[in-house]
Design a protein around this ligand. Structure first.
Ligand code: M1P
Length: 247
């Protein structure tokens, strides 16, 4: 199981062609699931079709929608935020936030969840980066997420990428994907596994299993390095391959 933004690609960017070529070959003979906070349309912009089609399944919107064979929808959940929650978010956006730049698309509705961003999902790379650096110093997203958790007991709010917060009913997080994946052992790669991050719920649930491995990565290059060092060598040896890409 792989998170996407920050794990297989830079946040909100495409996988590099070198890594996607490697990953496509590496997937052969493995059951690979993608588990992203993003919705399916963003995921399709970032991950090439040949990889999507080769997965055993794609969980988008934090496991609130599920596709097999690249594009066959298996289920999609819904979420209608309460007026109180929307009022809190709009009040923060329009009056309380100390970050003043706005680029549009601040509350995005996705299957089973909403995504909230003060700077806005329309921010370009530089604008996104500027907010991200500011937020790392000022911890605005941590404070918003904590406020939501403390004041809306049925709602979970977690940080996924660089500029936004994923918000959904408690339990409708990435851990729900385990209801749909039956395996003897599980391996999960994610960049937000610590408490407050959107990979944490799945990591915590996996810790209840007997056979699991968790890889908290810093970026996609880190994922690549781990796949090469831990897994590819086994594959190459098994297949007796002389010119494996991983060598
Ligand atoms: O998949 C990780 C996150 O990617 C995006 O985050 P951001 O735009 O903040 O960098 C969002 O799609 C977010 O929902 C998702 O969790």
């Amino acid at each position: 199981m792989f998170d996407v933004d920050g794990t297989l690609s830079p946040p909100r960017q495409q996988m590099t062609s070198q890594f996607s070529d490697f990953f496509f070959n590496w997937m052969t003979d493995k059951k690979v699931y993608l588990v992203s906070g993003s919705d399916i349309s963003k995921l399709r912009q970032q991950v090439p079709d040949n990889i999507l089609n080769k997965t055993s399944g794609i969980f988008a919107s934090s496991g609130n929608s599920f596709y097999i064979n690249g594009n066959e929808l298996q289920y999609s959940k819904s979420f209608s935020p309460t007026r109180e929650l929307l009022d809190y978010l709009n009040d923060h956006l329009n009056h309380k936030s100390k970050y003043k730049l706005r680029f549009g698309s601040h509350i995005e509705s996705r299957p089973g969840m909403i995504n909230f961003s003060v700077v806005g999902r329309n921010a370009n790379k530089e604008q996104r980066n500027d907010y991200h650096l500011w937020d790392m110093q000022n911890k605005e997203r941590d404070q918003i997420a904590k406020h939501i958790r403390d004041n809306f007991p049925s709602i979970e709010a977690v940080l996924g990428g660089e500029i936004s917060i994923d918000i959904y009913p408690k339990g409708n997080d990435k851990s729900q994907v385990l209801e749909y994946i039956d395996a003897d052992s599980y391996v999960f790669f994610g960049d937000k596994m610590k408490p407050g991050g959107n990979d944490h719920s799945l990591a915590k649930e996996l810790e209840q299993k007997t056979n699991f491995s968790l890889y908290g990565v810093t970026d996609f290059e880190n994922t690549w390095k781990i796949l090469k060092s831990i897994y590819s060598e086994v594959d190459c040896n098994n297949k007796g391959c002389e010119s494996c890409e991983c060598r």
